[in-house]
Structure formats: structure tokens, C-alpha cells
Design a protein around this ligand. Structure first.
Ligand SMILES: [Zn+2]
Length: 274
């Protein structure tokens, strides 16, 4: 039994990831949001700290396969820079009801507040990932990394083009995101439309770039999800530098990518290698 809920490893891991993202410069002001689908055994260890008296309110999306699940979520308008030092003021645990249409806060946001405005997008992505890969993915992460945003002003907003360019920038990229990255054209954030567009792409990709806005990543745990964001952003940074030096003069060939896939036993999206 924990003296305080913030001793629970899943909350500590969440707060550490938020802090690392902040230190990377990906979370200006209240930018970004992070949600974690809590494991059954993890929520059972903290039930003594939960308040089950609040009313359920609509999610703004229907996520039937997430019914009765618990999520750790960042708060709307809250700053990532404050999550590690004042966790209970800036994040919440929410419970999804039996219909998959409503949620309630059962812990956190102690000074008031609501979950992230991107809650529908997060939960729809969790729903898609839970169904697609046996419930292995538990983390959905949205950040505003500079170079990943910058490249959306210069290159065509096509998944194939951007994925291939990012793969070329660092040899291990196609091993880390072999399917490539999805690209969502510019849309108003926070609503159902962008949530649907994102969750459609999340059926295929573990990472999607929102043009002129940021990146969404999905993963099994905090390290892998953060690592995916970090890798994409680093590749985008190299791309920006290469462009600034006059553009690509030589690169890895598609045959090279195929050899790489064989050597690492990874299927690199063949549709992007022609
Ligand atoms: Zn954003």
C-alpha cells in the first residue's frame, strides 16, 4: 500500500515522461497532452485513493471497447512543466462508464479543471489501438516538437513522402517506425473531426503528424512511446539541417532499406519502397 498515490510506479513513470518532454522543448505553455490506459492490477493498488462520487459526463465520442477502463490523463490548460512537481494538480485519473460514452474524474485535478481538450482524440486512438493489437498499446502522447512541425510547411503532406524522407535521415528510423508515419492535413484541434481522422490513421500507423501543429504517438509503455516521438523529431531535425545545407545529394536506396528490413527481421512498409 502506498502512503500517497503519487508513489505508484505508473504515476511516477507518467510524470517523468512529461518532464522529459518538457525539457526537450516540446511543451510550451500548456501545449501537448498525455494519456495512459491503466492496467487492472495498477488501479487495484490505488483504489483507496479514488473518489467514486462524481457524476459521469459525456466524452464527446463513443469508445465501447474502453468501457469501465481507467486512464491517467493530463489536464486541459495545464502545463507539462508542472506535472512532475505538482502531479495531483495537473493530471487526473478518469473512469469510463459502462456505455463507453461518459467519463468521470476519480482522482486528481485537485484545484479543479477538466481532462485535456484532446480527450476524444486520445480515447478514440486508444480504442483503435486496443482493438488492433490485442490491448498491448497503453500510451497516447501528443507534443509540439519543432522540426516535425517545420517540415509540414515545406514537404507535401503525404504519408509516403514524409515517411520516406524521415527513414532516409537516420538508418534506424525504418526499424523504429517500419509502417511510416501518417499525416493529417491542418484541421481545428480539440473536436470530433480531427479525432476521427487521427484514429483512422492510427489503425495503420503508430505515429501521425498533424500538419502545422504537432505529433501523436502510440506505444506499449512510456519509454517506447517517448522514444518514438524522440526518433521522429530527431529525423525531422536532420531533415531540416540537410535542407538548409542545400538538400539531399546522396541517400539510402530502397534496396538498402529492403536489406535493412531483412537484417533486422522487420517488414518495412513495401508500399513506400518503390
Ligand atoms: Zn497540440
Amino acid at each position: 500500500m502506498y502512503k500517497s498515490i503519487i508513489e505508484a510506479p505508473f504515476i511516477k513513470g507518467y510524470a517523468r515522461m512529461a518532464q522529459e518532454g518538457y525539457l526537450k522543448g516540446w511543451h510550451e505553455r500548456n501545449g501537448g497532452n498525455l494519456t495512459y490506459r491503466i492496467k487492472k492490477e495498477e488501479i487495484e493498488e490505488v483504489t483507496a485513493f479514488l473518489d467514486l462520487s462524481k457524476e459521469f459526463v459525456p466524452i464527446g465520442a463513443t469508445v465501447k471497447n474502453l468501457r469501465n477502463e481507467y486512464f491517467l490523463v493530463s489536464g486541459s490548460g495545464k502545463y507539462f512543466s508542472n506535472i512532475q512537481c505538482a502531479t495531483e494538480e495537473n493530471v487526473a485519473i478518469i473512469e469510463i462508464d459502462d456505455s463507453g460514452e461518459n467519463y468521470r474524474i476519480v482522482w486528481g485535478l485537485v484545484n479543479g479543471g477538466k481532462p485535456t481538450s484532446e480527450l476524444p482524440a486520445h480515447l478514440m486512438n486508444h480504442s483503435v489501438k486496443k482493438e488492433a493489437i490485442n490491448g498491448e498499446h497503453r500510451v497516447i502522447y501528443h507534443a509540439h516538437p519543432v522540426n516535425s512541425i517545420a517540415i509540414t510547411f515545406v514537404f507535401p503532406l503525404e504519408s509516403k513522402v514524409i515517411s520516406h524522407l524521415l527513414w532516409e535521415m537516420m538508418t534506424e528510423c525504418p526499424i523504429i517506425f517500419p509502417q511510416g508515419v501518417g499525416v493529417v492535413p491542418w484541421m481545428v484541434p480539440g473536436g470530433e473531426k480531427i479525432a476521427i481522422a487521427s484514429s483512422e490513421l492510427m489503425k495503420k500507423y503508430d505515429a501521425i503528424i498533424w500538419a502545422h501543429h504537432g505529433v501523436f504517438c502510440s506505444g506499449t509503455d512510456f519509454d517506447l512511446t517517448f522514444g518514438l516521438m524522440d526518433t521522429i523529431e530527431k529525423a525531422a531535425e536532420i531533415l531540416v539541417k540537410v535542407q538548409s545545407m542545400g538538400g539531399i545529394k546522396q541517400t539510402i536506396s530502397n534496396d538498402g532499406f529492403r536489406e535493412l528490413g531483412k537484417a533486422f527481421n522487420v517488414t518495412i512498409n513495401p508500399d513506400y519502397l518503390d
